[in-house]
Design a protein around this ligand. Sequence first.
Ligand SMILES: Cc1cc2nc3c(=O)[nH]c(=O)nc-3n(C[C@H](O)[C@H](O)[C@H](O)COP(=O)(O)O)c2cc1C
Length: 224
Amino acid sequence: MKKLNGLLLTAFMLFALAACGSQGNQDTPVNDEPAVQQPAASVGDSNVLIVYFSVMEDDGVDTVGGASRVAVNGELMGNNEYIAALIQQETGGDLFRIETQQEYPTTHKPLLEFAHQEGNENARPALATELADLENYDTIFLGYPIWNADLPMSVYTFLESYDFSGKTIVPFTVHGGSGFAGTIQVIASLEPNATVVEDGLSISRNNVSDVQSDVTAWVEGLNR
Ligand SMILES: Cc1cc2nc3c(=O)[nH]c(=O)nc-3n(C[C@H](O)[C@H](O)[C@H](O)COP(=O)(O)O)c2cc1C
């Protein structure tokens, strides 16, 4: 009986080994290289850059009341600045803030008037921050508020100052209700030789303080 059991066990092990072998042949590439699929946006690699423009308003009650800022662990941030920080946490990329030589008003009504005039003039405000090492990056997350159903003029200056040929641009925005308002197409027309991801991340400012898990899921989704 013991002998029969031993024989049965040996037969079972041989069968199991054969099954593993055939499975292994199917999955293992012949050249012994791991079968890794390259993620579309190279997220998680050191070649990720997160560029953002954001003007934190210091009047108004809170984001729901219309003010553009968010409080995180006692620190006040602009809405898009906050999302940029979350993406940075997720990807380990580098952060770059678009700043202009002439600073924007940080109270709501003067900012509206200033931005309105800039838009009317189709201005290209001079930048105060310079991106020295764009060649080190393949994937550029680009975040901005919607201003007057458009990109802020500072973002036009930024996009016209650099050549993003061959790079992937992943747009994100925190807006007041307009969604992207056609700005992804504007980016694509300004950067015809870049790949501009069409399903960027669009967040209403009413929800900005509650979106961490959405940002995580979105970044993970870019790798699929
Ligand atoms: C000058 C100005 C114009 C705006 N125009 C729009 C608009 O056309 N559509 C919209 O949805 N939100 C608009 N907003 C709201 C901002 O997009 C929103 O508050 C955004 O979250 C601000 O982001 P930030 O804190 O990163 O600057 C405007 C805000 C400002 C200050």
